[in-house]
Ligand binder design. Structure first.
Ligand code: CUA
Length: 313
């Protein structure tokens, strides 16, 4: 039976986290070992019954006092900057990443590929390609954790959070829920399968999917009646949605915000929250009428219109 001392490492980022952790451990050892050694040595040297000079008059050495406070402080600041750099890296997905949507619920993980392929508690991804998750929970707070990638992010109800990675070693690794979310929390896990790009393509073809996420969103866009107002209409004046995603949106409040997933979600559920400049707040809310899954599809559709100049029929 093998007993690995170090967890599996499946990305360059994971290696960087390991190095940071190793140095942090070394610093902690460098700062605490001398204290423990001195403690032991003095306990032995001055133990009861031993005849030693116990007369220690107080003396001051400012240089020594300042240096033992300042040097560890500066050393720990190095780690603060180092860790902050990694933290920002982990939170800034590169453009062009493969976008996977994640739905968490008691007690399962549901993953959806842009082509519409769905998986539960299992995720297939290509190696050496950035993968970005947009995640939301249908009930309580969960946390998606990939030990081999050294990444973890809370998955919240009513708000999208993101996570990204670029795995560089093909293989099968664990995925876990890292937030106590109820009775079966410990069973809320599965695996991530990192594949060679050609194998991933074959897997996509093998896995049934009638429609892509964006196409399902387009169907909803029509069946829910969104197209009645948001496609050029004589009767109702609603902001067109072509070329909107990812760009700045001027609001009637004078603010300008970026049209990301969260903004689109809010606009559907809380249409009065951020009204586009020049439009009246007349859109009804779709709260309770669309599921989280449908919201993901609608957002995928609006995303697909980002670079589209024309209006569909
Ligand atoms: Cu979901 Cu713990």
């Amino acid at each position: 039976m093998s007993f690995p001392l170090w967890p599996w490492t499946a990305s360059a980022y994971a290696h960087q986290v390991d190095i940071l952790l190793l140095f942090l451990w070394l610093l902690a050892a460098a700062l605490s070992v001398p204290v423990v050694v001195a403690l032991g040595a003095f306990a032995l040297r001055y133990r009861a019954g031993l005849e030693v000079n116990r007369e220690h008059r107080p003396s001051r050495n400012i240089t020594l006092e300042v240096s033992w406070a300042l040097i560890p402080f500066l050393l720990t600041l190095v780690f603060f900057t180092w860790a902050a750099k990694l933290y920002f890296e982990a939170n800034r997905p590169p453009p062009g990443a493969l976008e996977i949507s994640v739905l968490a619920r008691q007690w399962m993980w549901k993953f959806q590929h842009p082509g519409g392929q769905r998986e539960i508690n299992e995720l297939h991804v290509p190696v050496n390609r950035p993968v970005k998750f947009t995640m939301i929970s249908e009930d309580v707070i969960h946390s998606l954790y990939f030990p081999a990638l050294r990444i973890k992010q809370d998955v919240l109800p009513a708000r999208y959070t993101t996570l990204w990675f670029d795995a560089d070693v093909p293989g099968t690794y664990k995925l876990l829920c890292a937030e106590f979310c109820g009775t079966s929390h410990s069973e809320m896990g599965g695996q991530i399968i990192v594949m060679e790009p050609a194998d991933y393509e074959r897997w996509l073809e093998r896995t049934p999917s009638d429609l892509s996420l964006a196409a399902r969103g387009a169907n909803l866009f029509r069946s829910l009646g969104c197209s009645g107002c948001h496609v050029r209409s004589e009767a109702v004046d609603a902001p067109p949605l072509w070329g909107v995603f990812g760009g700045p949106v001027p609001l009637s409040s004078g603010q300008v915000i970026v049209a990301d997933e969260g903004y689109i979600r809010d606009s559907i559920l809380l249409p009065k929250k951020a009204v586009v400049a020049g439009y009246r707040p007349i859109m009804p809310t779709f709260e309770g009428r669309v599921s989280e899954e449908q919201l993901i599809q609608l957002i995928a559709y609006i995303k697909s219109l980002a670079n589209d100049e024309g209006y569909p029929q």
